[in-house]
Design a protein around this ligand. Sequence first.
Ligand SMILES: [Zn+2]
Length: 439
Amino acid sequence: MSHVFVVDANKQPLDPVHPGRARLLLSQGKAAVLKRFPFTIILNVAIDAPVVEELRIKIDPGSKTTGIALVNDRSGEVVFAAELHHRGATIKEALDDRRAVRRSRRRRHTRYRKARWQNRRRREGWLPPSLTSRISNVLTWVKRLRKLCPITAISMELVKFDMQAMENPDIQGWEYQQGTLAGYELREYLLEKWNRMCAYCGKGNVPLQVEHIVPRANNGTHRVSNLTLACEKCNQAKGRQDIKDFLKKKPAVLKHILAQAKAPLNDAAAVNATRWELFRGVQAFGLPIECGSGGLTKYNRTTRELAKTHWIDAACVGQSTPEHLNITRISSLLITATGYGKRQLCGVDKHGFPKRHRQRKKVHHGYQTGDLVRAVVPEGFAAAGRHVGRVLARATGSFDLRTARGRIEGVPVRYCRPLHRNDGYSYHSTRGGNSSPPL
Ligand SMILES: [Zn+2]
């Protein structure tokens, strides 16, 4: 179980507590539930100058999923873990749809406005909306978690490979039992750059050795641009030969290797624009930030013998990672970005013709589409029974509920009680590898 967040009567964040203790506080009437996701209780007393344990929020940003972990650096305990699923693809589809509708409308000549071409400007550093939403998702959650617990530092994975550590292995002071971290990182980098196969014979799925293109014996350097990967057989066969002699009969392979060796791993793969933008966003919180590389994350995870999941990766980001990470019985919260509905008032059919119109109003009888409610509907109604689900709010006051067991239609608003207002995300919890249905 992840810990439960606690705030005092003034909504000041306190130390997260064990779920058992939270249950006790709730049953004794000393606290009430403030939020269901992430589960937070509010004490009914205010606490002056509370003494709290400092927590570090650790982020491993990914293109589809971002791992988030809250770690107590002193005790090595992971207090809370979450996996945030982004909605980049949905946003792109929505924009493509809108573009198609607008384009077809112009072509029908139903408007007399002259076409405006080439009058659009993009500001510098513009990112597509699908990527902007990813950044906003992460910033939103850092902001939300900061309100619920005492976060005093941030760690994030900024780059895939630490190029500086690789180019100048000597400037790094830290060495580990299994050789230098730089060496570890270098291997990962080479695997990525050479597509995980032998550069000479193209064999994959075999143990690969780091190979000097200009051999050490001929004063070849340790620089990345002089390194490639080879299977043991090819490595032995090449030995101290010059690469030009070794590949005399395979000029195409030689040409490819020499070109590939000089090309740095493309920028997008090493550091992507989104991460830099996220970094700038995170800086605005004014907390100390530690940046780690993907190589370091993997090193931390494998030396601590942990499984690979997004949130465990997040917990392993950066040099501050405690020697022993306590992750027992942590179940991560799966958070899926859903957005707050759309602004489109006119629904169209597949040909782009108007089909239905929505009201300008979003709130009906105190509910918005997406609010999580509990409904206890008495006998005599088609929807009789107890239901928990997301509401589809209608002006008529007859709501539909999206529950784990399917859609329940015609739930009268007077039998609904709000559990969690729509906050742009849906939630599942994981326990022992099984995930509950989305709520
Ligand atoms: Zn080979």
